[in-house]
Design a protein around this ligand. Structure first.
Ligand SMILES: O=P(O)(O)OC[C@H]1O[C@H](O[C@H]2O[C@H](CO)[C@@H](O)[C@H](O)[C@H]2O)[C@H](O)[C@@H](O)[C@@H]1O
Length: 265
């Protein structure tokens, strides 16, 4: 199970710092992870998304999949391949960071963008380690174009980075061939689950960056992409849920189904 965070496990709110997950959702994800290997793939800083979710048994991919970490002892009897490291709490983990060489560039671009953001009422900036988010959800609509232009001009001095747009957010990240779809493929492979007939990958997400993961599942012709959206839109997902409350219900039903299967075996 692959889960996006914002807009999927937690509802979209004005302040990114307040996008907490409900206890009901945490409990559902915990039960889900006891049934199926589960990963969170988010645009957020990996440590930030871990602080929101607080379930060490999961695999976490932050910075749109460019910062992947999981428990070294594995979960669900599966151990991921990757570089061994120790997390901030002293636990042994496996780590994979395909954009590691960009750390100092991301710090530099953050400083430049921070100066731009300071001048725009309502704008916010987040350092997500291998990506930077410039939020305009709380910026007056007439100022959106100016903010985007200033960001684009600053980006000309960072040719190794690229700019994308998410839900009322501009995202700056390394221009490398790595995205949430690649992270999904990496995790399936690292956990020894790739190409197995008894494995059915499911990815749930609400934003443009999640489309890369839906595309991978389409290409494999095996698995299910679920878009979280109330609006009708073009997508590479095969199915949809309206909002995080429907995601919660879906996860709870999946757990009940798996438990019923296990008890009937
Ligand atoms: O991949 P995700 O887990 O969906 O992360 C994508 C971005 O999500 C966050 O921003 C979005 O949610 C905020 C809180 O609800 C909202 O205020 C903002 O407008 C949305 O764009 C997060 O703050 C970003 O850093 C992530 O890149």
């Amino acid at each position: 199970m692959f889960l996006d965070y914002d807009g999927t496990l937690s509802p979209i709110v004005k302040d990114p710092e307040s996008a907490v997950m409900s206890e009901a959702m945490r409990s559902a994800v915990k039960k889900l992870a006891a049934c199926f290997p589960t990963a969170i793939i988010s645009g957020r800083n990996r440590e930030k998304v871990f602080d929101f979710v607080r379930l060490p048994e999961l695999y976490y991919a932050g910075s749109h999949g460019m910062d992947i970490m999981g428990p070294a002892q594995g979960s669900y009897g599966l151990k991921a391949k990757g570089e061994k490291a120790v997390d901030g709490k002293g636990n042994e983990v496996v780590l994979f960071q395909p954009a590691k060489d960009f750390e100092s560039t991301m710090d530099k671009v953050f400083t430049v963008l921070e100066d731009i953001v300071k001048k725009v009422n309502g704008a916010k900036i987040e350092h997500n380690k291998f990506s930077i988010s410039v939020h305009f959800r709380c910026v007056q609509e007439e100022d959106w174009a100016n903010l985007a232009e200033e960001v684009q001009v600053a980006m000309q001095f960072f040719p190794s980075l690229c700019l994308t747009q998410g839900r009322k957010v501009l995202e700056v990240r390394p221009a490398i061939a790595w995205d949430k779809g690649k992270a999904l493929e990496y995790l399936l492979n690292a956990l020894g689950l790739e190409g197995r007939a008894d494995v059915f990958p499911v990815y749930i997400g609400d934003d443009r960056t999640d489309e890369d993961a839906f595309k991978v599942l389409n290409k494999q012709r095996h698995g299910l992409g679920i878009l979280v959206s109330t609006a009708v839109k073009e997508t590479n997902a095969q199915s949809s849920l309206r909002d995080p409350s429907e995601v919660l219900e879906f996860l709870q039903r999946l757990v009940s189904w798996q438990q019923a299967q296990a008890s009937s075996d």
